[in-house]
Design a protein around this ligand. Structure first.
Ligand code: HEM
Length: 570
């Protein structure tokens, strides 16, 4: 009897039938795929840029190491995105729209709607999981509300002594290098890691026993692997990635990095329980003085709520363009002022929707977002001082005016006097923004402001911070290090979104004030103690951007002691 239908076994045992069915299925799927994205293709066609090949896009542009990729992208950006015009490229079937005009950046950063991170951040999932940096929607909003008060200036002021102690310690460690050339990033990475542990996490070295240098190196290597997955299409699917040697290295690094939050959380939870017990005992015997102090704090809070008291520090930018404000500038009153981890543990105990895993993920996030960025920023700054001795001398003159020939510790008030130093830090962050680009996924179409173009929904929008900061129509001689770019008359005449090293708006950096304060204390302490030399001219620096911008050729400097300050106490 003739067969009227094909059973699955006969289908697979008959290669011809399988082939005849497979081809039309693929064609049908492809037609459907293209039709369902018709609007995206129509809008994408309006943008200048790389058209790429069907299905694979422009993956051939991403061959080679991160330094080569960065150089290639920089070259392409000159071809397709002049004076801030938008550009496009395809990675596989994913459309990437590249924006670098301040008006377009304002549309994204200034919006409460375009706050969804692009899927490229998803490669961080195995590490940062529910961390604030990569989450979206209500989860992100609740975390932001919870964490932002811990990065208010009033909490940060109390960190200045810790910043100074660690800065002095790194000054003494670097003494071992003598007059040899060395990579200062190794020291900066270890120092910024240890600062975060002692301030935001609130644990000392005896408790955490983390080697700052090893932790920073592990994070850097993990970032390299995650960045490869972002740009190399063949490493994107988990199934393919698992077959590579990167996967075992990724898992090894993650295991090591994940030990830190466990240790830190255990200690802080124990501290919290102890504090709670003591507070309960004290509350039962509250003196009249304590009650009066509490009433005073409540009165102050009430005044703040009515706007009768403000706590902004005039003339200090903390990394934000003149005129821009965000939730770090909000007045938070007395009660909520607590360092990051202490605050999370207390909130969790008081019923906030936070599991232990959530807290672990926030610790990992702050450790990553807070140490590698400031390590890169400080290393670029020191290299810059090395190649611009004229500017270094001006910074030192200012420090001499503040400190005289005293070797006293740096205070919060001193940092307010460091006006020229602040301009030099801002200029470093302009030329070498540690986060060179950020990504969003618009949930709806976006009409741009610099042109008539519309960005389709559900593509990746990259904000080119590096590109924006070197736009010659905004910064004349954009490649030249010129701290005067941040003189008040210059900043007030520029678009608010022409300088965004910390991003801006609702998803802007939570640690920008922390970073600026720490950088001032750390870098002033290094410069009070050493004269910096650098033998590689700025034009020969080799940049790479594996998530955080770095010098691929190493942050090489030499030191000459100025006048040593006393040995740090532990
Ligand atoms: C020079 C140093 C720093 C630079 C240049 C920098 C830059 C940035 C940028 C550009 C973003 C936005 C990312 C995006 O939109 O995808 C960001 C977000 C963030 N940064 Fe920083 N950052 C620095 C230091 C810090 C420090 C010291 C901390 C914490 C101690 C920190 C914590 C965060 C957090 C938690 C976010 C995520 C905010 C959110 O999604 O709501 N950063 N940072």
């Amino acid at each position: 009897m003739a067969k009227t239908s094909l059973s699955s076994s006969s289908l697979f045992s008959n290669p011809d039938a399988f082939f005849y069915l497979l081809i039309p299925t693929i064609i049908l799927w492809f037609v459907y795929f293209r039709m369902s994205r018709k609007r995206l293709y129509e809008l994408a066609a309006q943008f200048q840029g790389l058209e790429g090949y069907p299905l694979v896009g422009s993956i051939h542009e991403f061959v080679g190491d991160p330094m080569k990729i960065f150089q290639k992208m920089w070259k392409l950006s000159h071809k397709y995105t002049k004076n801030g015009s938008p550009g496009k490229l395809w990675i596989g079937h994913r459309l990437i729209i590249f924006l670098s005009h301040p008006k377009d950046i304002e549309v994204i950063y200034g919006s409460q709607t375009h706050i969804y991170k692009s899927p490229e951040y998803g490669f961080f999932n195995s590490w940062l999981r529910s961390g604030i940096l990569i989450n979206n929607g209500e989860k992100w909003r609740a975390l932001r509300k919870l964490i932002a008060p811990s990065f208010h200036l009033n909490v940060l002021r109390s960190f200045v002594d810790h910043f100074y102690k660690h800065s002095l310690s790194v000054v003494h460690k670097m003494k071992e290098e003598g007059s040899k050339e060395f990579d200062v990033h190794h020291y900066m990475g270890a120092c910024t890691t240890e600062i975060l542990l002692e301030t935001a996490m609130g644990v000392d070295k005896k408790t955490h026993q983390v080697n700052g240098f090893e932790y920073a190196s592990a994070v850097m290597k993990l970032c390299e692997i995650l960045h490869l997955r972002q740009v190399k299409l063949w490493l994107r699917p988990d199934s393919a990635f698992k077959l590579t040697s990167y996967a075992s290295e990724h898992n090894r690094l993650l295991k090591y990095i994940d030990e830190l939050p466990q240790k830190v959380m255990k200690k802080k939870k124990a501290d919290f329980l102890k504090k709670k017990q003591t507070t309960t005992e004290k509350c039962n015997t509250k003196s009249e003085e304590v009650k009066e102090a509490e009433r005073g704090a409540q009165r102050l809070d009430a005044k703040r709520n009515k706007g009768e008291v403000t706590e902004t520090v005039e003339g200090v930018s903390y990394g934000q363009s003149a005129g821009l404000k965000d939730d770090l500038d909000d007045d938070i009153g007395e009660k909520k002022r607590q360092p990051f981890l202490e605050s999370l543990i207390e909130n969790a105990a008081n019923g906030a929707n936070l599991t232990d895993e959530d807290i672990r993920d926030q610790i990992n996030t702050i450790m990553f977002a807070g140490h590698d960025t400031t390590a890169a920023g400080s290393s670029f700054f020191l290299c810059m001082m090395g190649v611009r001795p004229d500017i270094q001398e001006k910074v030192v003159e200012e420090l001499e005016q503040i400190f005289g020939d005293s070797d006293r510790p740096c205070t919060f008030e001193d940092t307010l006097e460091m006006k020229y130093m602040e301009r030099c830090i801002m200029e470093t962050l302009r030329l070498y923004p540690p986060v060179p680009m950020t990504g969003r996924e618009p949930q709806e179409e976006i009409k741009l402001k610099s042109t008539d173009l519309t960005v389709p929904a559900k593509c990746t929008v990259l904000i080119g911070i590096f590109k924006l900061h070197r736009d010659p129509s905004i910064y004349p001689n954009p490649d030249e290090f010129n701290p005067d770019n941040f003189l008040p008359d210059k900043t007030s005449n520029r678009h608010y979104y022409a300088f965004v090293p910390f991003g801006a708006g609702p998803r802007g950096c939570l640690g920008r004030k922390f970073a600026m304060l720490q950088l001032k204390v750390l870098l002033s302490t290094v410069l009070r103690n050493y004269k910096i030399y650098s033998d590689v001219p700025q034009k020969d620096w080799k940049l790479q951007a594996d998530i955080i911008l770095k010098r691929a050729d190493g942050f090489r400097i030499r030191l000459e002691p100025r006048k040593m300050t006393p040995k740090p106490k532990n």
